[in-house]
Ligand binder design. Sequence first.
Ligand code: ZN
Ligand code: ZN
Length: 146
Amino acid sequence: MLNWVLWTHHTATEPRKGPVQRISTTLGATVALMTHAPARLHADYTALSPTAQAVIDKAFEDADAALTTSDYTDAMEYVAIAASIPLPASKDLAVCDCLHHGCGCGAIFDSHAQGVVVTAPADPDCNLSQLQCPTCGHDHPRPSAA
Ligand SMILES: [Zn+2]
Ligand SMILES: [Zn+2]
């Protein structure tokens, strides 16, 4: 009987330390991940709702035709809001040119990110060049001939 009590006592307390510590470590890691989650800088156009896609299409048209910096930045703000990502410091976003002319990638990314490939320069009187995201620019670049 004494042995049984000791055994019970032993299993009820001693092993608890291990799992509890592991749980708190897991929670700590989860909290840390959640804290850093808003730093997501890319969105996937193909995963957005048709409404969000329509807002982004219109906003890129506006940015392309904008005559002032503030009009241009306003349009890029709409892209960022519709894509649920922060507007990068460059205030310049783009959808991967692969969306319509390549692998179907719909990445929305910072136009000034390292590794971005220009597939077509902006038309005269337009602001936006066609760009490939860094991943596509690395995997299957189609740089403009110009
Ligand atoms: Zn891409
Ligand atoms: Zn691609």
